[in-house]
Design a protein around this ligand. Sequence first.
Ligand code: 6PG
Length: 247
Amino acid sequence: MKFQILPDPEALALAAASFICDQAIGRIAQAGRFSIALSGGSTPALAYQQLPGLAQERGLDWSCVQFFWGDERCVPLHHPQSNYRMARESFLDQIPVPTDNLYPMACEDDPGAGAERYEELLRSYFADQPFPGFDLILLGLGEDGHTASLFPDTPILEERVRWVAPVYVPRLASWRISLTLPAINSASVIAFLVSGQQKAESLKRMLEPGSQAANLPAAHIQPQGDLHFFIDRSAGSLLGQSATPSA
Ligand code: 6PG
């Protein structure tokens, strides 16, 4: 695990955006393309806003980047709660990326059918792989320990075969679809973006050895590849030295 603890949300946004650009540029140099699964939430939105400028400075070729989503609310794509809409408004509408490179999760009609369609799409993009090998997945952390749309005590947490599944979230009285735990954990790189005092307790429970992490979905993110944390000082305020070995 690698940690960057930043003084405030703006510094976090810049560090995360810089990391995304570096990952993309490095992978494109090696493989000619880069696949990223975007997160919803307010923390990534700030990072996304930094991307157009940084990418231009560094010469990132957006036409080589393929944009997927890690989870989505089952609303129309242009609904104010849509993660797709948030990403479009935060940066995608300002960068030269072909619309063919955007793979929104659409599930407003039927969450189960939407999840199946998205899994099919991923299975054809990541052909012949046991699970999708995203180059980078971005994740947030909820106060209740959820990440993507993997909420505590929901059946999607038990899914070991499907790549994408529907999930009903009683607390929100709404349906979402999400990458499953094995699909997320098969990524080459995962980056958590965690900001704000209200996340401090769940972050501590997730990271500190011996704490009660088992019922926190985010604690089950244990990728085959690298796991990075971008944390602001408020979110990291309850972490001891042992939780952040490489901070
Ligand atoms: C979503 C997310 C979700 C989010 C966390 C943290 O669709 O809402 O994918 O998992 O990342 O709720 O959100 P904030 O950054 O807004 O706190």
